[in-house]
Design a protein around this ligand. Sequence first.
Ligand code: SF4
Length: 340
Amino acid sequence: MKSLFCFEPFVRLRLNSINYTSCCQLIDPKTSAHPSVGRFPNPPDFNNDKFKEIRETILDGSYTYCQECPYLKTALRTNKFSLVKPRELFIKPWQIQVMKGGSLAVDPSSVPLVMAFNYDKSCSLHCTFCREKVFFVKSNTPKYQQLIDYQSILVKEWLPKIKTGIFCGDGDPFTGITYKILSETPPEVCREDFEIVILTNGVFLKRKWEAMTLKRFVKKVKISIDAATEDTYVKTRRGGNFQQVLESAQFVSELGIPLSLNFVLSDDNWQETISFIKLAKSLNATTYIQGIRGCPEKAIWQESHPNHEKFMDYLKDPIFLDKKTVFQQSYLIRKAHNEC
Ligand code: SF4
């Protein structure tokens, strides 16, 4: 695998509620869990030993932490490339420099650093695959103050260096503490080419958009909906408001900001996938479909699920070949269409 390369551990910092790490697809072979690179609330160290160890496995081609990665599997099985590509396709000077592997330490200002602000899990929803009940960090609690202190270090020391900020992966950016970054930071703190990706449940987006001081940096919005009808939505996105979410999606579409509607596929909603793709198309949005993880009994995309064969038949619909539809487990689409 030495001919392939993935830049994620060289450019990505993912700040979670208990730790920080790199991309979300890594698995530690010793524990079968996502490997921690450092602990919250220590400010991130982009060049600590664990980061270097993971980078070494990319440079030497062993990909020890990447065995479950769908991007790596797709590259190996089908020669179709996304994040993982043959080395010769990376031609930017900084990429060539990194691939030379002279040093496993990376200067964060010399790469297009991506930081995912995932440390506040506050969200007004409690989706089946995510949490049992609604969770908020209450103000005037030690936890709230700890997050505020942590976040002020990030704004001061990291925000000016970051090329892309992702808000948020675990909670909702319009509900939690990270909304303070979006609505209180003077724009001149950020790089001119700074880009924000909003990842949201969409419920409060339209209502809270105008107050964002950093809104001009928003270059992509991803709204997780997981349903094409209200009946399914109330099951998959518990506590949400389908109409408000659709209004937010329409609002972003009218602003002309690239929009993606996201769909965590499970045995609760798979029969609505085609309607969901059509909904996205009506808003000029892309569709991102991702098989549910951590709930094997609902993971219809896995061969072990009793309805997997029916699901594979369903995938034969030509709409799944649409260029604006991305399926994280894309090898299943190729299999359904006899392309691999
Ligand atoms: S190959 Fe996959 S798991 Fe490994 S670093 Fe890249 S995206 Fe992450």
